[in-house]
Design a protein around this ligand. Sequence first.
Ligand code: ADP
Length: 951
Amino acid sequence: MNNPQQSDWFHGDSSQPDNLSASEKYLMLVNHMQQGFCIIEVLFDETGQPLDYRFLEVNPVFEQQTGLVDPVGKTMRELQPAHEQHWFDTYAQVVKTGQPIHFENQAAHLAGGVWYEVFAFPFGPATNHQVAILFDDITARKKAEAALRASQKQQTYLLKLADTLRMYADQPNMPTIACQLLAQELGAIRVNYAEVKTNTYVVEHEYHSAGLSSMIGQYAISSFRPNEQTAFKAGRTVVISDIEAEANVTDEQVAAYADLNVRAFISVPLLRHGKLVVVLSAIREQPGPWQPEEISLVEETAERTWTAHERARAEETLRASEQKYRTLFDSIDEGFHISELIYDQAGQPVDYRFLEVNPVFEWQTGLQNTVGRLSSEIAPNVESYWLQAYHQVVQTGQPIRIENYNQATDRWYTAYTSRVGGADNRQFVVVFDDITERKQAQEALRHSEEQFRMLVTASSDIVYRMNPDWTQLHRLIGTTFPADIQDSNATWLQTYIPAEDQPQIQQLIQEAIRTRTPFELEHRIMRADGTIGWMFSRAIPMLDEQGTIQSWLGASSDITARKQAEEVLQESNRRKDEFLAMLGHELRNPLATVSNLLLVLELTDGTDENLSYPKAVRLMSREVRYMTRMVDDLLDVGRIRYGLIQLHKQPIDLVTLVRQTVEVAQPLYEQQQRQLSLALPPYSLVMQGDETRLKQVLMNLLTNGLKYTQPAGHVWVSLELADNSALSKQALLRMKDDGIGIAADRQEAIFDIFVQGETTLDRPQGGLGLGLAVVKQLVALHDGSIEVRSEGPGQGSEFLIRLPLTLEVSGSVTTGPSISSSAKSKGRVLVVDDNQTLADMTARLVELSGYEAQTSYSGADALLVAQQWRPDMMLLDLGMPHMDGFEVKRRLTEQPWGNTISVIALTGYGQEPLKAQTDQAGFAAYLLKPLNLLRLRELLRAIMPPGNSDS
Ligand code: ADP
């Protein structure tokens, strides 16, 4: 209620201050001052309790500072019913005490909660209950003071937090402690520290006040409200002062929050490198606004706790890894050291210092107390390659592996070296291992491999290795025939194997690969010299643990010589078989003839008209002669083969020998309508020779001349002096015919044993293919040679025999007796043989040769007959029962008349030792059974020459 009087006074004219009254001056002061001013009347009830107060006067600032409009005449409770009671009490106290009062207080409901500094004093007499109030709005100062207080509190808290975090740095529950601290500071009922792990919040650390359930556990991010999720992802703090007042919150969410006693909260997300790592939440049970300093407190706590926790974790990881490496270095089997290279002034590495070593280092090197010392102090003269290697590593930063020897320890090492740190660092790490044993084992292996190789190369000519499918040949080490290769050779098949053999070899190889069994084959091979040889090859598959072929190891030997020998052997076997078949055939014919003739004689008592006795004898002796010659040849072949032929050489005149032999053959030629011409030089050609054997040679060729010419064919024999120098004289005997001739490719072979021109069994000429072989050998035994010439089949043949002559012609040349079928009986011959038929027949032969003959069928009888009849010559069988030939001869020698008898030994065995024995026993000569008539006649003549018929 306005009092116009008072108001006028209060708002009085102030234009003339000097003339103003005291009250005017006071009013002016009040109206112009910056403080608020009012006069109130405190209203009491009957008991003296203050009820209210009424504004009596206010100045202009009053309304500004209180926000109360037009207050004069109104009471405070009318204007602001919520005004705090203490205001009324305070002003009542001023009235009652009459004492002024100065204080500061807040009026929460005035002008948005203003703080005032107030000076109140009694105005006028105590009975009118008036109080003058001078006041000032000190809200700004109060806020500043509060902020200061809050920041001091925050600082204290943060210091405490820092101390705590530091104190619990190595404790895994550090965030739990931080949660506790924060809850205390904020008066929160819960604080959660949730780490974010792949779309899940993992709460491992929390604080909750007593009686509440724990929130430890995992929560899907999706279980949070979308606006919270978005804020967290963006790193924005979420501040909720009352969850129930939030928009977008469901009833279930409210219920869920209520379950956990959550009503207001601050959640601070932390991003690292754009990723959410942790959310720290402080929770209150009651709704209410969060102060900025509270929010920043939670933010600070989140930041600091996470950082400290991360650091602790990193330190722990580092410590663990260091521990791990320390354990590793201490427990590895390899030696290990960290050292520092030392350079001289020229920048050359000269030494190194050990900085750290592991236990194995000492154990492997045997070096003690190395740390801090120079390598040169511990082991002088370390090989320069180690130093150079370390230098290289330090220079380039590139790790290297070295395998080398160290003399100081007399061991081999493999060492892995790398630089420690950056480019300007001279430290290096060496991890090394003693490989001496491995080296020794390798060496032993190499040695044994070498030995094995030597062994293999000693026993075979080639060693090779093949890849599993035999497409590559590796390292063919050959001592001989195929060219060596060093590189793998994919064309080995074409290089070494003749084209026509390749399919077979390929097939066998595939079979060996399939069955994983050794490959073994004798096969042909192209030799380095271009010829084709034979090889025996064996390769073994090298299998791994799974049984897969890793390679093939092979060895081969040159078996060319053996193969050739086998071929020769096969060929000669074949020939021998042929020969035996032929021999049977050849013997059967004459045998059949003889037995037929004998049958005829026996049936007719020799009176058959068509077969006179002489004719039968002639025919039979022809067959026997033929068989004898075959047997002789056979025996000769055997003797020649085994070197048993001994020549009885003496000077002979070849001219005479040729003439005599041709004379013997002449009748045969005439019989078979062949012409035999002879051309001899007018002088003697003397050589050292075995007369019998040389005649055999000639006779053989003459017989072939008969066999291999047609009827009316011609054989020319000539002898000449072919070579006549001071140093050598040579006779050349030619036998030329116009017969069937010999193909060029056969000319060499005909001198081989069992070789004949034709191989059919039905051969008109007969023969065993031995003759020329014997001839060739006999000529060779006389140091001569034989060759054949023929223009080919049907062109005739010519045999040329060259024989060495003696340089000086001796006077005592055996000319031999000339043969004559018309010789008269010129001496007596006693034929002794237990085979009566043979004895009789031989006696008959002797008679037919013009001598007298008698027979004895036992040794004793022979001695009797000899004593009475006194023969000139005795043909004495050696192998007789009761008294053998040697005994007869011995007894004869004891008789004075016995020595005049020339005793000739007869034997069917034909062995050379017997001959020697007979020589020794004083036999004049030695004859083989069956008798060779020619030889017999020669002997008869030699012993009883025709001129001595009277003796
Ligand atoms: P054989 O006459 O018993 O068969 P040889 O050793 O005397 O045995 O002769 C070997 C082969 O030489 C004969 O089979 C024949 O083919 C050939 N031969 C020998 N002499 C002559 C020749 N004068 N004319 C043609 N071929 C001959």
